[in-house]
Design a binder for this molecule. Structure first.
Ligand SMILES: Cc1cc2nc3c(=O)[nH]c(=O)nc-3n(C[C@H](O)[C@H](O)[C@H](O)COP(=O)(O)OP(=O)(O)OC[C@H]3O[C@@H](n4cnc5c(N)ncnc54)[C@H](O)[C@@H]3O)c2cc1C
Length: 427
């Protein structure tokens, strides 16, 4: 009894701090603490599965991941791959270390969830029973949202918004383009995965064009009037790539309303643009299992209770990472990793009979504008009126003044962050 109370107390404190702590628990029978199934082995799901085992080794934790290669390909730094500055292999990680931590792995697709029976069905019809289910499926594309664009069109006009073959396709298209060609990026409206991502991509493609194909131009057609780290990006574009990048905002007619992959054109309300290379980043929603489980709302994303990341639509199911509606937090790998730890502590606490306490969360998004030129934006989030909101006065962006003093340093910090987070999740 005393042991149980102590364990509960430790879990409650871990949840309250909003961080995962490796608790010094004795090796106990697996499953005695409850069964947790985690769907999606990305930054959110893999972190959550691992943290759960660290918090309470008695939990039976199963991670379900659908990638046929059994290799995770990370998106952060994939814009460098597109610009020829890095190989895709540097983005790839296996799941061996998770098995070593006692996480059971199922390489299969979760195809349905029965919230009443508390079971997840896999592609081979096998069923996994759970006490708590964590969904971390990342994003899916709204293939019907942009006339002319669909899965087939993405083979001509890659999105490259899930790292892997699409990343390499966009890189090969840039390499095959003649000097003097036109590259067009179509950026979506909010919310979407990685708010600064399209602009980091524009920057690194501009770097490639400036160094390899200097007569070429890059047009960014945007469905928004403002974007993350905008002043920092635009300052850098003026300094590093004068005249190379043109950004067209929503109110200047930037929203792409249709594409024609055969003609390689992108149409807005005001004009039709011909591209030699077109990178179309379509509107997005939570990965399909979210809707199948009944945890996605009409927006396509998943409302959650920000204390525990429990779905507000279905019992005993939690949603983390890109799929979740996490208030002011952006959809980033940093955020998915932080949410995963809070969720793991909450799930362990709930299974131990406790009540999770409100967390504080942090996010930092780094972007590279050139290989040795990094910028960042940081946020700290707490609970107010049932929502995750910015802590006023905390966080902030890189300074606009004296850029030469900090940019190279921030580029190296960004690289260090990627090594650290991938080491923590997969290493
Ligand atoms: C170009 C680009 C650059 C980026 N740069 C950064 C950056 O610098 N910093 C940063 O913090 N973030 C960055 N991001 C964002 C980051 O990649 C995502 O926010 C992050 O991957 C979200 O993690 P997640 O776990 O929610 O989803 P994912 O990482 O997408 O993981 C979801 C996993 O679930 C699996 N899955 C889905 N459905 C099922 C199912 N039904 N059954 C089994 N498995 C399933 C998928 O195969 C996948 O492995 C970038 C994104 C892009 C596109």
């Amino acid at each position: 009894m005393i042991g149980r109370l102590r364990r509960r107390d430790l879990l409650l404190r871990a949840a309250g701090a909003g961080v995962a702590a490796a608790l010094p628990l004795p090796a106990l029978a697996q499953g005695a603490g409850g069964r947790v199934v985690v769907v999606g082995g990305g930054f959110g799901g893999a972190t959550c599965a691992r943290t759960l085992k660290q918090l309470d080794p008695r939990l039976a934790v199963t991670l379900v991941e659908s990638t046929p290669s059994r290799i995770y390909t990370a998106c952060p730094f994939s814009n460098e791959v597109i610009a020829g500055l890095r190989e895709l292999s540097a983005q790839q990680f296996d799941y061996e270390k998770l098995t070593g931590d006692g996480v059971a792995l199922k390489f299969s697709e979760a195809t349905s969830v029965d919230p009443q029976a508390r079971t997840v069905t896999l592609g081979d019809a096998a069923k996994l029973a759970y006490d708590r289910l964590v969904l971390a499926p990342g994003i899916d594309f709204r293939w019907d949202a942009l006339p002319g664009y669909g899965e087939a069109a993405s083979e001509k006009m890659p999105h490259a918004w899930k790292a892997g073959p699409q990343t390499l396709l966009l890189r090969r298209q840039l390499e095959a383009m003649q000097d003097g060609g036109a590259v067009v990026i179509a950026a979506p409206a909010n919310p979407y995965r990685c708010p600064p991502g399209p602009y980091e991509r524009a920057s690194l493609i501009a770097y490639y064009l400036k160094t390899k194909k200097p007569k070429s131009k890059l047009l960014v057609l945007d469905a928004k009037d403002a974007f993350s780290k905008q002043k920092l990006f635009q300052q850098a574009w003026k300094a590093l790539y004068p005249g190379l990048i043109e950004w067209v905002s929503l109110s200047m007619g930037g929203k792409v309303t249709a594409v024609d992959p055969a003609a390689m054109t992108l149409t807005t309300d005001f004009a039709t643009h011909k591209a030699d290379v077109a990178n179309v980043i379509p509107p997005q929603k939570a990965g399909p299992i979210a809707a199948l489980a009944g945890v996605a709302d009409r927006t396509g994303w998943c409302p959650i209770d920000p204390v525990s990341f429990a779905s507000t639509l279905q019992p005993n199911i939690h949603v983390i990472g890109d799929a979740a509606i996490a208030g002011a937090m952006p959809k980033s790998a940093f955020a998915a990793n932080a949410q995963a730890k809070v969720c793991a502590a909450a799930v362990a606490t709930l299974l131990a009979g406790g009540t999770p306490t409100p967390p504080k969360l942090i996010n930092v998004c780094y972007s590279l504008v050139a290989p040795d030129y990094g910028i960042s934006v940081a946020g700290v989030y707490h609970l107010a009126n049932g929502k995750l909101v910015d802590v006023e006065g905390a966080g902030g962006a890189s300074p606009l003044a004296n850029p030469e003093k900090t940019r190279a340093f921030e580029a190296s910090v960004a690289a260090g962050w990627f090594r650290t987070i991938t080491g923590e999740v997969f290493g």
